[in-house]
Design a protein around this ligand. Structure first.
Ligand code: ATP
Length: 309
């Protein structure tokens, strides 16, 4: 199981600034072999900077990072041979087919995986003769993720692998990543999609302003930080926060534009009080839903903001 396995990544007090911006502000974490480790945070939280330091692509200002026991600042070349990094789609050649693209990347390594295996991992068997420029956005993204596997690495780094994909393409990508994880490899994934982190990751580090503000399994993060259920709704003629927090059972609330989330230990009483109040004021409530707490609620509680702010 992930947590008891060999540590394949160890990061201690890592720091990196750009001028006055502390992009990475003294973070420490370890990743075990076979684990899917997620770094979750809003734009600018410092995820990419962290991951690129660990990959040996950027120097740190302070702290240490080791990958498979190798110091990434000194043994950069050896680290690069043992890790797989997803190239960004714009770096790929528009006129090469799927198979040719894989062949090109494979030629850069001594012991690449067979191209057919990589095509299969990308779930692109039916499109292996199609030029990159003619693939759909989701197919292009799957190919770029699969290229991280070409050198049969021990650790794969995926930086926001599903950003910009529609829900269907995102789910297909999740299947692809889950197929990868069954090969026993370690995966480090950055994302700002809560659902993605919750579904794919064994453990998650939640980042904000260059710091790790919480780190655990998705389930334990939710249990530790949010015990209440969430009632979410929209309301016309909003009566004010004090009216909402005064409703029976409400422990706390959050408002984002016209969307309101209240947290409660007593769903029936809170809903009854909410609907009673709305009818008294002739205020229209729409899109009402009751749900169990998610990582989004954990993030909201820890930072006071939605992750997509
Ligand atoms: P995103 O989800 O948008 O990719 P992120 O969590 O990966 O965000 P980073 O890209 O690591 O965040 O950026 C962290 C902070 O460091 C941001 O404020 C960013 O503007 C700044 N930053 C990152 N790289 C550079 C750079 N090369 N030069 C100047 N500032 C940078």
């Amino acid at each position: 199981m992930a947590e008891s396995g060999n540590k394949v990544i160890a990061v201690t007090n890592l720091a990196k600034s750009y001028g006055d911006i502390k992009a990475v502000d003294g973070i420490s974490f370890e990743v075990s072999q076979g684990e899917v480790f997620g770094m979750l945070g809003p734009n600018g939280a410092g995820k990419t900077t962290t991951v690129e330091i660990v990959e040996g692509l950027r120097p740190a200002d302070g702290g240490t990072a080791t990958v498979l026991g190798l110091d990434v600042s000194k043994d950069t070349r050896a680290v690069k041979e043992r890790i797989g990094v997803q190239p960004q789609s714009p770096a790929l050649f528009p006129s090469l087919t799927v198979r040719e693209t894989i062949g090109f990347f494979a030629s850069l390594y001594r012991k690449p995986l067979p191209a057919s295996r990589v095509v299969e991992m990308a779930a692109l068997q039916a499109s292996h003769k199609v030029q990159f420029k003619n693939l759909s956005g989701g197919q292009q993204q799957r190919l770029s993720v699969a290229l991280a596997f070409v050198n049969d690495p021990d650790i794969i780094f995926l930086d926001e692998p599903t950003t910009g994909l529609d829900p269907q393409a995102r789910r297909t990508m999740w299947d692809v990543i889950e197929t990868f994880r069954h090969t026993g490899k370690t995966v480090v994934l950055t994302t700002h999609y809560m659902e993605e982190a919750q579904r794919l990751c064994d453990r998650i580090a939640i980042m904000d302003y260059g710091k790790i503000i919480a780190m655990d399994t998705p389930q334990r993060l939710i249990e530790a930080h949010t015990r209440e259920s969430a009632i979410q709704f929209k309301m016309k003629d909003y009566p004010g926060d004090e009216v909402i927090t005064g409703l029976t059972g409400v422990c706390k609330m959050h408002r984002d534009g016209d969307e309101i989330i209240v947290y409660t230990n007593n769903i029936p009483s809170t809903i009854a009080a909410l609907l009673g109040m709305a009818s008294q004021r002739s205020a229209e409530i729409s899109e009402l839903s009751v749900r169990q707490p998610t990582l989004e609620d954990v993030f909201l509680k820890l930072t006071g903001k939605r992750i997509r702010d």
